[in-house]
Write a protein that binds this ligand. Structure first.
Ligand code: UDX
Length: 426
């Protein structure tokens, strides 16, 4: 099948390459010429482990090609995936401008029956809007169907998630379109949930919000465990083994960040408010997440004599989580903001992210921790799991370590003479 992917970000590119793996012919369309040229050369313009090898493979096999010619691309494909971004609007709702532009272009240029699939995370009711946007632009009525097929890709493991999804959601009111999209996914070994458009759109928001809720739950519980001297990691293990709860997304940390959870929770809350059906649990999820950096600052102020004011703090990790160069809504940046407000002096490090133009950033960890009154680990990069703390200690002004990801072993750190502060990590 010939598939057009509109939007070549990490969702679009990953989706396109997975379809190549399944034997389909794929074209990637993007308005940004530089991105198109890079991808066509087999160069990924964003960081996503493993993806570039697959890109090179399929550019060479000519199973994937890239273009910025919207009209040609739309005319020559019958299945079109919309994978453009839906950033957060000022009121917290999803901004559908890019989706609208794409839908209008499809309406303007389509010349035969098409199946239009929304992969972008879009609020309930968007498929209906897409249908209207397309119809309004059509010079003459041409039939088409809309399908909602949300993605569940995590940055940093997008490839694995796309190759081995837990489930595939196909929401549409059209039997014809359903059959076409099911055929596309016929080689995947996972359940397919067939539903209507609105339920499919809701599934994506409900899933991400549920996961965000798990994280806020364990983070708030960790604060209580901290007061009681209970190891929250044991609690996570103990409850996670109950198959009704499950072990994932119970890692206490700095709070959730990234391009999806904060934006999707906020968009679902906005939908709930618009329909006068509040989701009060989710309101609290957001509040708890915001408070997590405050909890941390308070912890630091208590642990460092005289508090963080005028102290040098080495911040390890800027990305919102490991294996990505994404800093959107990064808990690390939120913490840095609090530290700067409290007049702390910051030194930062990240193995991939480069923010040296905005923050004092060092390329090695010894340089970063030099002369610091405390080190704080903010991102769960593997590099930070195996640091030679014995060698770093003499470089620091004070041997204080805050572990925002519970990655280190308290006993080992204490044996080395550090004052160690995790998140209820006993
Ligand atoms: C998420 C969803 O997992 C994915 O299905 C969706 O399509 C996009 O949004 P992503 O934002 O890439 O993916 O990251 P994810 O791995 O889910 O982590 C989100 C945040 O939660 C990160 O800040 C991470 O550090 C944090 N997290 C995750 C925790 O604090 N504890 C956990 O146990 C798990």
């Amino acid at each position: 099948m010939k598939i057009l992917i509109i939007g070549t970000g990490y969702v679009g590119t990953t989706t396109g390459l997975i379809f190549c793996e399944m034997g389909h012919q794929v074209t990637g369309l993007d308005l940004d010429d530089r991105k198109i040229q890079a991808l066509q050369r087999g160069e990924l313009y964003f960081f996503e482990p493993g993806l570039e090898d697959l890109l090179i493979k399929h550019v060479q096999s000519q199973r994937i090609s890239f273009t910025s010619n919207t009209e040609m691309a739309i005319k020559s494909h019958d299945v079109i995936f919309i994978c453009v971004g839906t950033p957060q609007d000022l009121d917290g709702s999803a901004d559908l401008l890019y989706v609208k532009n794409v839908a209008e272009a499809i309406g303007q240029y389509m010349n035969s029956y098409k199946v239009i699939v929304t992969k972008s995370t879009v609020p309930v009711g968007t498929a209906e809007l897409v249908t209207n946007w397309i119809k309004r632009q059509q010079p003459v009525p041409i039939p088409f169907d809309v399908v909602s097929n949300p993605e569940f890709l995590r940055e940093g493991s997008a490839l694995q998630d796309a190759l081995r999804p837990d489930r595939i959601i196909i929401g549409t009111e059209s039997e014809k379109a359903r059959t076409i999209i099911k055929e596309l996914y016929q080689n995947f070994q996972c359940p397919i949930v067939e539903t209507n458009l609105k339920a499919s759109e809701m599934i994506k928001y409900a899933a991400n919000s549920f996961l965000a809720m798990k994280i806020s739950y364990i983070n708030e519980l960790a604060r209580l465990c901290d007061k009681l001297g209970i190891n929250v990691n044991d609690v996570s293990t103990g409850i996670g083994l109950d198959h009704r709860i499950g072990p994932h997304f119970l890692q206490a940390g700095m709070g959730y960040g990234g391009s999806c959870f904060p934006k999707d929770v906020s968009a679902l809350l906005q939908t709930a408010r618009q329909h006068d059906s509040p989701l009060s649990i989710l309101e609290k999820v957001v509040e708890v997440n915001k408070d997590q950096s405050v909890y941390f600052i308070e912890k630091m102020n208590r642990a460092i004599e005289g508090g963080v004011k005028h102290k040098t703090i080495a911040v390890l990790g800027l990305a919102f989580k490991a294996n990505t160069d994404d800093t959107r809504e990064s808990p690390s940046l939120q913490l840095i903001e609090h530290l700067l407000q409290a007049q702390a002096v910051i030194r930062t490090h990240d193995p991939v992210v480069n923010m040296a133009s905005k923050l004092p950033q060092f390329s090695t960890i010894p340089e970063t921790v030099s002369d610091s009154d405390a080190v704080i680990i903010c991102t769960d990069w593997d590099d930070y799991k195996t640091l030679d703390w014995a060698a770093l200690k003499p470089l620091m002004k004070q041997p204080i370590v805050f572990d925002g990801r519970n990655m280190l072993n308290r006993a080992e750190m204490e044996t080395l003479g550090f004052f160690y502060h995790g998140i209820a990590n006993y």
